[in-house]
Structures are given as structure tokens and as C-alpha cells.
Ligand binder design. Structure first.
Ligand SMILES: [Zn+2]
Ligand SMILES: [Zn+2]
Length: 673
């Protein structure tokens, strides 16, 4: 019998009979590995031309497991016979890709359980997602929470029966015929569209059978830590107008501990929800009467915004930006010149006609800044020109996607445009990154991830700018990140058509990433607007243009801050920094003096002189997340002290008022977190 050679990740080569499976090799290595293994990755040693049968692209869309996850090879079932010389990696729960396979198998288990309980449902697709899986169904009645509980229980029963997930190949015509008889029209459609002749790949879990490329875990008993989460509406193939389906979402992890952590994080996210806190702390509102997606900043929210903006404007000036202000509506023609009236049309509010001319509510600040740049001839001596604006823009977002402060229709970008010469781009990019760091430090974030989005060099026709432009800008971005020692992920083909960019995502207090800073090159607008500068050689040249926003928008960043701090802002941002609480009415005079002294010293102090018990006042101040409570009674009045209680640290004991003031001043001035 013929033998094949299997190269393991450590370089060891095993000679085994043709048709040996990864499961068998795992067993030879150690019973423990065989027990932990979920799936295998193989990479053929010699290029054989077309993909082997096990990865034929007869995939349902659910099967778009990134089989090129780490750049080579493809995933296969542990039971798949290996029929050539390959490199082999046996993947265990330690591998992210293997967890996705587990989740995909959980989606199959969900469909199997639903079919068992509701035999008439029509099946859509069921892919893995970041935290679990979903499956789409058509059923007349909506799935209720009780249904979900029954389905989950059924899934657990089936999981514990350890039903194998088996791969079957059917001729395409037979596959279609099978689904037709079964009255599964959506599946028919998928097989017709996606299956490559002649054979179509299916996976069975007991009686359940699904058109699927796989791979899958060997059997159901590895699916232990899961929970059905919710039902949402979805359109078949995600297209409005197509049949409505019910999408059942599940969370799925390898261990119960991971699942518990995830569920805890969800609870924590609910507790921090900026929409709830925004109302409880009286920070902002959205008023149906005024329209969706439009934010009303209440006094306390507006006060925080002032602190944020004051910091930003001071930093902008210190870092060599010029502040500008541009109109909210401008002629529609301007947006034709910029191109937005074309490629950005669906995100814009409709034009407003004034004296037979169409005006456009601005969705972007760039054209305004360009007009300021263009207002006179620029010399190379002036470059770089950095124009910054807290620029309010309006964008049409569908009402279905609006979300508190995070997704809105009117918002203020902390926007800036840098016009510079090619030899200045590295130092400008570096300065932007440094500024982004300052934002993170000042507002209390210490974790982040950076992505560099590049073009798809194979399709230059899809992009503005020359290969030279792209290479120069991308290497400037890359060199700067490398020089600063910033780890980053480069994503090819992800850039906008007009230039490469760097995105910085912050990680908040509970580990969620938030897209924030963007530094974006633009090879399109300088040409469209005919931007120029007079170079050292006396000739006219086109400047490079960079768009950059640090917070993204004031609204969105405020929403992120509310959630990051769970509403308990540090003293420099807090709308009320100290709440003065007299022990009883007897001490209201001293309490008034303390409050007035604090206010005179420039602090935001508030006196709670309600006729309430101290405990109730402390509780209220606590709920309002005021950093300091200053309790004053007879002892304090006599000694000129205050009894300090901190929002999270609790009782800090009596302190002379002057000492408390000097401490608070230091905290606020240093913007301590
Ligand atoms: Zn599948
Ligand atoms: Zn811009």
C-alpha cells in the first residue's frame, strides 16, 4: 500500500498509509490530543492545481469559514482521509479557527433541534459569528422565549447523545430533488446557485441534513457551553423585500467559564448603556418631537462637552493647528465638485432650494476647509496647513440603525485637514498618532489596536491616485507606526477609493473595541478642486491632503466615555464635582459657606439642602455619580473641615477645607483619571 508523508508543525515527518485521517494521527501522538482535537488544517506539499474535494467551493454562504485564516492550507474534518503529502496541524480549542468550527456545528445543532420540535420550519442559513452562531428560519408564528427554552433543552439532549456530524456527497440533481421533496425552497435555491457539479457536500447530524462545505467537529458532545440569546428579524440573503425570516442567535464558547464571562460582560454592557445613563444622569436626550438621531445636550452633558472641547481646542493650538469655522449649508454645486453629490448621495439629506439655487446641508467638513485653503495662493513656506474645526455635519442614516449617541443624524466631528508636501507626510502622520495617544491618555484608555488599510494593488482602476501616491503614503503610514513601535494589522483592499488610512480602535473598561481615530490620505479631492502651492522651485504643485479625526465625533466619543466610566466621570469632567451635604438644617449656614468657597475657587459644587436624611442624600449623590460628597456638621463647622466621601473609594475622613480644595485643584488641573 502506498504511504504518504505528514509534516507536523514542529517539522517532524510521519509516514502513514494513504487515507489516514487526522483523527488517527492525533491518536498516535497522544490520546489527550485526540480528545481535544476539533478539526485539522492541511496544506498540500506540492501544488496540485484545483482545490481538493473537501474544500470545493460548493459552499453555502454559512460555510465561509476563512479557510485561509493564517495564510495557508484549509480546514478539514478530523475524519477526512488524507490522500497526499501534506503539512498537518491538529487544531484544539486553543485555536480561534477551531472555535469557529465548533460554533458552526452548534448552528447545525440548533437547526436539528428546531426541526425536531417544529418540523414545518423552512431553513435559511446558519453561520458562526464572533461570539456564537445563528440560524435563520421561516415559521408563521414568532418564536417565543418559551420556545427558545425548549429548543435549548433539545439541543442539550442531542449534544449529550453525541451524535456524529457526518459528511455526505450527493449528485447536484439529487440534492435539489431531495430539498424539493422536503419543501425547503431556500436550500434548493442555495444548491442551485452555489453547488459546483457534480457532487454536493452535505453534513448530517442524526436525521438533520444540511447543504454545507464544512468542516465540522466530529460529534455533538463537544458543544457544551452555549445559550440561546434572542430572536431577531432578518431578510433572506439580507435583502430588503426578500422573505422575512426569524434569526435565532446563540452564544457559544468552548468552556462554561468563557461563556459565563461573556454573559457577565453583556450584563455589564447593559449596566453601562449610555442611553440609560444619559437619562438617569440627565446628560442628553433624543426628542421624538424634533426627530430621530438628533441630540439634545442637557446642561450636565453640555458641561462635560465644554471640558472635552476646551481640552481639544487648547491642544489643537499647541500642536500647530489653526481653528476655522465653516457654514452648515453650501451650494449643491460644491458637492458636485467634491464628488459627494455622486458617491455619497445616499448618506446626504436632500437639497434645499433658495432663490432657484440648490443648497446642501453638509455631510462633511472637507470642502469647507478646502475653500479656505484655496482662498489665496499658498507658498511652500506655509505648509503644512492644518485646519481644524469642531464641525457639525448632517448625514442621512436609516431610522433602523440609529442608536443613542453612537449612530445619529447630526453630529460634530473633531475634524481636521492637513495640506502638506510629500516630504512632510511622515512627520504629519507621526504627529497625528501622537495626538491620538494624548486623547487616549487624557480620557483614560490604555489599550488599543491599530489597522492600516491599503488598496488592492491588483485593481488600480478602482482607486484615485497613482501607484506612486499609494506606495508613498502607505509606506509613510507603515514607517511611522514601525518607528513608534506601534503594532498594527495591515489590511489589503480595505482602503477607501481615495487613499490609505490608519484606524485606531480603543478598548474600553470592559474590553470592547471602539473605532475612534482615523488618519486618511486623499488623492482625490486636491485634484478635483485644483489645489496648489508654489514650491521652492517657483512652480506650482499639488499638495497632499490628509483627513483626520481623533474622537470621530463629539457625540459618539461622549457615548463611549459614558459607557467606559459607567457614568462616573473623573473630577475634571464631572458636571458636579462636589456635593455638599449638611448633617441637618442646623448646619446649613456652614454648608452654604463651604459651597460658596468651592465655587469661588472655580469648582462645580452643589448644596443639597433638601430636608432629607443624610443617608438618602448620600444615596442620591452616589446615584448621580458625583465624585466627592462633603458632609458637614457641628464638628466640621467648628474646625473648618469637611468630611470627605468619594464616589468609589468611600469614606476618606475629615480634611481641612483648604486642603481638600488644593487637592481637587491638583486633580482637575492634571486631569487625573
Ligand atoms: Zn453548515
Ligand atoms: Zn475630510
Amino acid at each position: 500500500m502506498e504511504n504518504i508523508h505528514i509534516t507536523m508543525p514542529d517539522g517532524a515527518v510521519r509516514e502513514v498509509p494513504l487515507g489516514t485521517t487526522a483523527a488517527e494521527i492525533a491518536q498516535q501522538i497522544s490520546p489527550r490530543l485526540a480528545k481535544e482535537a476539533l478539526v485539522a488544517r492541511i496544506t498540500p506539499m506540492k501544488k496540485t492545481g484545483g482545490a481538493p474535494a473537501s474544500t470545493s467551493p460548493d459552499a453555502a454562504p454559512e460555510a465561509v469559514l476563512d479557510s485561509a485564516g493564517n495564510g495557508e492550507g484549509f480546514l478539514v474534518d478530523l475524519r477526512a482521509p488524507i490522500d497526499e503529502d501534506v503539512r498537518l496541524a491538529i487544531l484544539t480549542p486553543k485555536d480561534a479557527e477551531a472555535i469557529q468550527v465548533l460554533r458552526h456545528s452548534a448552528a447545525h445543532l440548533l437547526a436539528a433541534a428546531v426541526l425536531d420540535l417544529f418540523p414545518n420550519v423552512k431553513l435559511g442559513i446558519g453561520p458562526p459569528i464572533d461570539t456564537g452562531f445563528f440560524y435563520d428560519f421561516v415559521r408563521e408564528e414568532p418564536f417565543t422565549p418559551e420556545d427558545l427554552a425548549r429548543i435549548e433543552k433539545k439541543m442539550r439532549d442531542m449534544a449529550s447523545q453525541d451524535i456524529p456530524n457526518e459528511r455526505k456527497m450527493l449528485p447536484k440533481a439529487e440534492a435539489i430533488e431531495m430539498y424539493r421533496k422536503w419543501d425547503q425552497g431556500f436550500k434548493c435555491e442555495l444548491v442551485e446557485e452555489r453547488a459546483i457539479e457534480p457532487m454536493v457536500s452535505f453534513y448530517t447530524t442524526g436525521k438533520f441534513m444540511d447543504f454545507c462545505r464544512g468542516p465540522h467537529i466530529p460529534s455533538t458532545n463537544r458543544i457544551k457551553a452555549f445559550k440561546l440569546m434572542s430572536v431577531a428579524g432578518a431578510y433572506w440573503k439580507g435583502q430588503e423585500g426578500n422573505p422575512q425570516m426569524q434569526r435565532i442567535y446563540g452564544a457559544c464558547f468552548y468552556t462554561q467559564q468563557e461563556l459565563d464571562e461573556y454573559l457577565h460582560k453583556l450584563e455589564e454592557a447593559k449596566r453601562r448603556d449610555h442611553r440609560r445613563l444619559g437619562a438617569e444622569l440627565d446628560l442628553f436626550s433624543v426628542q421624538e418631537e424634533a426627530g430621530p438621531g438628533l441630540i439634545f445636550w442637557h446642561p450636565k452633558g453640555a458641561l462635560i462637552r465644554k471640558q472635552m472641547e476646551d481640552w481639544l481646542r487648547d491642544e489643537l493650538l499647541r500642536r500647530g493647528y489653526d481653528l476655522v469655522v465653516t457654514p452648515h449649508i453650501m451650494r449643491l454645486d460644491l458637492w458636485k465638485t467634491s464628488g459627494h453629490a455622486g458617491f455619497y448621495k445616499e448618506n446626504m439629506f436632500g437639497p434645499i432650494e433658495v432663490e432657484k439655487t440648490d443648497y446642501q446641508l453638509k455631510p462633511m467638513n472637507c470642502p469647507g476647509h478646502i475653500l479656505i485653503y484655496k482662498s489665496r495662493l499658498r507658498s511652500y513656506r506655509e505648509l503644512p496647513v492644518r485646519l481644524a474645526e469642531l464641525g457639525t455635519v448632517y448625514r442621512y442614516e436609516r431610522s433602523g440603525v440609529l442608536h443613542g449617541l453612537l449612530r445619529v443624524r447630526g453630529f460634530t466631528q473633531d475634524d481636521a485637514h492637513i495640506f502638506c508636501m510629500p516630504e512632510q507626510i511622515e512627520s504629519e502622520v507621526e504627529a497625528c498618532i501622537d495626538f491620538a495617544y494624548a486623547v487616549m491618555q487624557t480620557f483614560g484608555f490604555d489599550k488599543y489596536v491599530v489597522e492600516l488599510s491599503d488598496w488592492d494593488a491588483k485593481h488600480p482602476e478602482n482607486y484615485a491616485g497613482s501607484a506612486d501616491d499609494w506606495n508613498r503614503a502607505t509606506s509613510a503610514l507603515q514607517n511611522t507606526l514601525t518607528k513608534l513601535g506601534v503594532p498594527f494589522k495591515r489590511i489589503e483592499g480595505e482602503a477607501a477609493f481615495y487613499g490609505p488610512k490608519i484606524d485606531v480602535k480603543l478598548i474600553d473598561a470592559i474590553g470592547r473595541p471602539w473605532q475612534l481615530t482615523t488618519v486618511q490620505f486623499d488623492f482625490n479631492l486636491p485634484g478635483r478642486f485644483g489645489l496648489e502651492y508654489v514650491g521652492e522651485d517657483g512652480n506650482r504643485h499639488q499638495p497632499l491632503m490628509v483627513h483626520r479625526a481623533l474622537w470621530g465625533s463629539v457625540e459618539r466619543f461622549f457615548g463611549i466615555l459614558i459607557e467606559h466610566y459607567a457614568g462616573a466621570f473623573p473630577a475634571w469632567l464631572a458636571p458636579v464635582q462636589a456635593e455638599v451635604l449638611p448633617l441637618s438644617e442646623k448646619f446649613s449656614e456652614y454648608a452654604k459657606t463651604v459651597t460658596a468657597t468651592l465655587k469661588e475657587a472655580g469648582f462645580r459644587a452643589h448644596l443639597d439642602d433638601r430636608n432629607e436624611k443624610l443617608q438618602a442624600k448620600i444615596r442620591d449623590a452616589q446615584l448621580q455619580k458625583i465624585p466627592y460628597m462633603l458632609i458637614v456638621g457641628g464638628k466640621e463647622a467648628e474646625a473648618g473641615t469637611v468630611s470627605v466621601r468619594h464616589q468609589s473609594k468611600g469614606d476618606l475622613g475629615p480634611r481641612p477645607l483648604a486642603e481638600f480644595i488644593s487637592d481637587l485643584r491638583h486633580q482637575v488641573q492634571s486631569r487625573a483619571i
